[in-house]
Design a protein around this ligand. Structure first.
Ligand code: CDP
Length: 244
C-alpha cells in the first residue's frame, strides 16, 4: 500500500490517482465558478456541459431546425461539431460550434430561453453525453451540469450537488447578464431561471437530480474562498480514498 501525505496530493506524483469530480445543480448556483477553481488548483480539465447544450440550441435556432421533428433533429446533429478551445487571453476554454467561436452568443437570452427544451430531447442528450464520457476517459476532469453525477459519470469519485437560495441565484445571474446587456430586467432573468429549473427537474430523460452519493453544497452564505477550502477537503478525502 502506498501512503500519500495530504501535502503531496497536488503534485505530479504518479501514485496520486486522478479522479472525476461532478458538480450538478440548479441554474446559477455558481457551479462553473467552483469547477474552474478546482480545475486550476488540481491541474484538471474543466468541462462546462451546459455550453454544449447551449451551442446545439444556437445551431437549431440559426438553422431553423424544427425540434419536435426527430428526423430534422437527427440530421442536424450529424452536422454539428463541438470543441472546447483554450483562449490565451481569458485563460478559459471557449465553445466552438463548427469551427466558430460562439462563447459569447451562447450566453445570450435568446439561447437561454430555448436551451432547456432542446436539452430535453433524447437524441440531443445521447449526442452530448457520448462526447462528455469520452472527455472523462482519462479522469482528471471536473464537469458541471445537471446529470453528470447521475448519468454521465455515475462512478465518479466525488459528486457535488450545489444549491443556493433562489433570490441569490437570480441576483447573481442578473448582475452577470446586466454587465453585458443593460436592457435586461431582473424579472426576465427570474422567469428564465424558474422555467429552466422546472423543465430541467421534470423532464423525462435524465432529469436534474441529486445522485444518492452526492454531497450537498449550499453556498448561499459562503464566500468563494470558504467554498473552495471546504470542497478541497472533500477532494483530498476522495483522492486519498482512491489512491491507497
Ligand atoms: O449556467 P446555467 O446555470 O445558466 O446553465 P448551463 O449550465 O449553461 O446549462 C444550460 C441548460 O442546459 C440547462 O438549463 C439545462 O437545460 C441544460 N443542461 C442539461 O440538460 N444537462 C447538462 N448536463 C447541462 C446543462
Amino acid at each position: 500500500m502506498v501512503i500519500i501525505h495530504r501535502d503531496h496530493l497536488h503534485t505530479q506524483n504518479p501514485d496520486v490517482k486522478k479522479i472525476i469530480i461532478t458538480i450538478d445543480g440548479y441554474s446559477s448556483c455558481g457551479k462553473s465558478t467552483l469547477a474552474k477553481q478546482l480545475a486550476a488548483k488540481l491541474n484538471y480539465l474543466y468541462i462546462d456541459s451546459g455550453a454544449m447544450y447551449r451551442a446545439i440550441t444556437l445551431y437549431f435556432i440559426q438553422q431553423r431546425v424544427e425540434w419536435n421533428d426527430s428526423v430534422q433533429v437527427k440530421n442536424a446533429l450529424e452536422n454539428i461539431s463541438l470543441e472546447f478551445i483554450h483562449n490565451q487571453i481569458s485563460g478559459q476554454s471557449d465553445m466552438f460550434l463548427n469551427g466558430e467561436n460562439v462563447e459569447q452568443m451562447i450566453r445570450e437570452m435568446l439561447v437561454a430561453e430555448r436551451v432547456s427544451e432542446v436539452a430535453a430531447i433524447r437524441e440531443v442528450r445521447e449526442f452530448a453525453v457520448a462526447q462528455q464520457q469520452k472527455m472523462g476517459a482519462q479522469k482528471g476532469i471536473v464537469m458541471d451540469g445537471r446529470d453528470i453525477g447521475t448519468v454521465v459519470f455515475p462512478h465518479a469519485e466525488l459528486k457535488i450537488f450545489m444549491t443556493a437560495d433562489p433570490a441569490i441565484r437570480v441576483e447573481r445571474r442578473f448582475k452577470e447578464l446586466y454587465a453585458k446587456n443593460p436592457n435586461i430586467t431582473l424579472h426576465e432573468v427570474k422567469e428564465n431561471l424558474e422555467l429552466r429549473d422546472y423543465i430541467d427537474a421534470n423532464r423525462e430523460i435524465s432529469p436534474l437530480r441529486k445522485a444518492e452519493d452526492a454531497i450537498i453544497l449550499d453556498n448561499s452564505q459562503l464566500n468563494l474562498q470558504e467554498q473552495l477550502d471546504l470542497v478541497m477537503q472533500w477532494v483530498e478525502d476522495a483522492i486519498m480514498a482512491h489512491s491507497s
